[in-house]
Each structure stands twice: as C-alpha cells, then as structure tokens.
Design a protein around this ligand. Structure first.
Ligand SMILES: *Cc1c(COP(=O)(O)O)cnc(C)c1O
Length: 427
C-alpha cells in the first residue's frame, strides 16, 4: 500500500510493519533475541556478504543476522523516525551520547578539524574537548549569536581552516535557547569542501525535533537526537538516533556495528509506542510552556526569560533565524531568578509538583540548575560568556494542566527572599 501521502503522525501507527509476518499481531512484537536462524548456509553467506559491503549485492538489503547488526524492532523504529525529518535513513542508538560519539568517530580522523557551537549539552562538550582531542582531532568552538564573518575568522585564525571536516551545531542551545543559523553553517561547510572532502554539518535537534525544526531542509547533512527526551517522552528510556542520507547513515551503521552502540529490542519497542503520541505530547507541552512563560514574564522575582517565543524582543538577527527555522516555541524555557544561587535553590527546593531532576522532554515537568548540574563541567569564564549564571533555572514543561504548573511555580517563587523587586526583562 502506498502510504507516502500520509502525515508522519499517521505513519507512526503502522509504517514499516507487516502484521502477517508476526502472526497478525496488531503491534510490532518485541524481538527479544540476540541471533536469527538462516534458512540455509547459502543464505547466511549472502547476508554476511551484504552486511560487510562485499560486491555482487548492490541494492540488496541483508536479512536478519544478529541483533548488534539488525533487529526488526530497531529497523521499523528507524523507518518511522526518519519520516519527521524527511531523511532517507536513520540509525537508532543506545543513547544520545552514543549517537553523537559514533557519528563523530565515523567522520573524523586524526588531523581533522571539528568546528562546534557553544553552549552545547554538557556531555557533548566533554566528549568533544576531552575525548576527541585524545585522538588528534582539533576542536574549535564558536558561540551561538556570532555572525558568519566572526565564525569564519575564528576558523581562519586557528591556522587549520583547510582541515575543517565537520561543523557540529546544537540549536536552540541548551540551556539558553540561543539560535544558530543552520543554512549559514552549511554555506561555510560548502566553502571548505572540495573534491577530496565533503565538510559535513551535523545538528543536535533534541530540543525541537523531530516536529519543530527540520535541519536537513536548511542544508544540514545529519540530524542527531537524544531519543531519551521528546521522542521517548516518558523519562523511562535512554536512547538516541541519527538521521540523514542513505550514504551517510550506512557509514554510521558500520561504525555502530563495531562499537556495539545500537539500541536494544525492548527500548526499540518502547520508542515505537512513544512515537504514536509524539505529536500530541509535544503540542500539549508547547501550549503549557507558553502559559508558563507568560506567567514568569510578569513576575517581579524573575529577571530574564530564555524562551523561543520571546526571541525577537530585542534581537533582530535571532528573530530572523527563528522565523526561518522554527515551527513552534517549544516547551523548554530557562529563567534568571532575582538574586543568585541561594534564591535559585530555594525555588527548586520548594517546588511541590515539578520534580527537581535533569533531563527534559518527558510528560512530567522537570526543573534543574544548569550552572551546578547539567553544565557544571563548563569552565566558569565560558559559563559567564553563555549567560549560564547561578541565578538560572531550566524548566522542561510537560503535559499537566498548566494551571497546576503555574500554581506550583508561583508558590515556590513566593518562598524566595529577594531584597528588591524589579521588572522582568526579555531577551
Ligand atoms: C540529553 C541530551 C544529550 C545526551 O543524550 P543521552 O540520551 O542522555 O545520552 C545530547 N544532546 C542534548 C541536547 C541532550 O539534551
């Protein structure tokens, strides 16, 4: 049946699964098995030849061999996940970090340069600066908000612009919601590409994807996810994904086979279930976030709000990127509380419903303190540069009734002792 005209939310309920192959089961069962029986030795031989890219099988897809290489649940999940981004293929992973690490190790070799945006997820920052550098990969950071000219200057000043191999971007940046122009990164990548090497642009789309930002449409080559967040959506799994062209994803899958960073059968099954409600959950959370942002913006104990809905208030460049790249304001927001760490901690310790926990994108709302938690490892002077101060609180808004969320935030703010009230200021 041709389902290609269906929307992704419809496709999440059947695409890639054939009930007749599983005793008519309406839902794709969990294939909790490590290995698969071949019909004959000849079949086993040809599956292995295909899996290892031996000639003579062009265009053929290997059958099931071993769950580190392939598994029905993993493959169906990958078929569905690629649809939102409009990618040709997807690779699913055991975590967001394993998706990121496996992808970067696939395309970077000693001597190559990685240009990356700041701020990025704390784990990514550590991986880039402490692990990649051990393998002779040079890493150069730029800051969200810098112009194309400034970014190119940083690259040229390094003296190794000719070795640029990949641009890695996280937008909106965590936890500040600063935006980076993906098309602009793609222009820089093209400028430094030649017949020998294709400079790739990879975008961590965890915050807004897969619904509200489609990096491939803006010139990115690869989209990366922590599927632990919105895709999983219930704070009960760790998983990741990479989406892109068939050619790039097949290279990533080869590395994945040897790192063993693939997703497991049970988590694949949980994610298939999560994908059915992905759009409903994300839309409900975004509607709630707007109400919470409006409440916070009018609160005297709130100094500044970092929310996509307020991006353009006094920054026309960010507003341009916002209009071009985003389909929603999302459900992640941060704010600076009037005061410092003491006031931020009092607020966090007094929340009654919203849980004090890192992570994001789940059905329940969560609050955390980036400066001492998710971003603790970033050097102080960099934190200051990115506005990750002790007064910042990050909220991941869930699908509760928004009035209950506002009640909780309001009563926790009342507990905070601040000397002087001043009006909220927007970014
Ligand atoms: C959580 C997160 C990651 C890491 O993903 P894990 O699933 O925890 O390994 C990477 N990038 C962003 C933006 C994240 O929020």
């Amino acid at each position: 049946m041709d389902r290609s005209h269906f929307s992704p939310e419809t496709q999440m309920l059947g695409y890639g699964y054939e009930p007749a192959l599983s005793e008519g089961s309406v839902k794709c069962p969990i294939f909790q098995t490590s290995t698969f029986v071949f019909h004959s030795a000849e079949e086993g031989k040809s599956f292995f030849e295909m899996a290892y890219g031996r000639p003579g099988h062009e265009g053929e897809v290997p059958g099931l061999i071993y769950s580190r290489i392939n598994n029905p649940g993993m493959e169906i999940l990958e078929e569905r996940l690629k649809l939102w981004d409009g990618g040709e293929a997807c690779a699913a992973f055991s975590s967001g970090m394993s998706a990121i690490a496996t992808t970067l190790f696939t395309f970077l070799s000693p001597g190559d340069v990685l240009l990356y945006s700041n701020p990025v997820y704390g784990g990514t920052h550590k991986f880039i600066n402490n692990i990649l550098t051990q393998f002779g990969i040079e890493v150069i950071g730029f800051r969200a908000g810098q112009s194309k000219k400034e970014v190119e200057e940083i690259l040229v000043q390094s003296g190794h612009a000719g070795k640029l191999k990949m641009i890695y971007v996280e937008t909106p940046a965590n936890p500040t919601n600063d935006l980076i122009d993906i098309a602009l990164c793609s222009e820089i990548a093209k400028k430094y590409s030649d017949v020998e090497k294709n400079v790739l642009v990879a975008v961590d789309n965890t915050y807004m994807g897969p619904l509200w930002q489609h990096p491939l449409k803006h010139g990115a080559d690869l989209v990366l996810y922590s599927a632990t967040k919105y895709i999983g959506g219930h704070s009960d799994v760790i998983a990741g994904a990479a989406v892109g062209s068939g050619e790039l994803i097949s290279k990533i899958k080869k590395t994945r086979t040897f790192f063993g960073t693939m997703i497991d059968p049970h988590t694949s099954w949980l994610l298939l279930r999560s994908l059915e409600t992905l759009k409903l959950r994300m839309e409900a959370a975004a509607m709630n976030a707007e109400k919470v942002a409006d409440f916070l913006s009018a609160h005297p104990r709130v100094e500044k709000i970092y929310y996509l809905g307020y991006t353009g208030k006094n920054n026309p460049v960010q507003q341009d990127i916002y209009e071009k790249q985003y389909l929603s304001n999302g459900a992640m927001l941060s704010f600076d509380i009037l005061g410092g760490e003491k006031q931020a901690f009092t607020f966090l310790n007094n929340l009654r419903h919203i849980k004090l926990a890192v992570s994001l994108g789940g059905t329940e709302s969560l609050a955390e303190h980036p400066a001492t938690m998710t971003h603790v490892d970033i050097p102080d002077e960099e934190k200051e540069l990115y506005h990750i101060s002790p007064k910042m609180i990050r909220l991941s808004i869930g699908v509760e009734n928004y009035q209950d969320l506002i009640w909780d935030i309001s009563q926790a703010l009342e507990k905070v002792q601040v000397p002087l009230a001043k009006p909220a200021e927007f970014i």
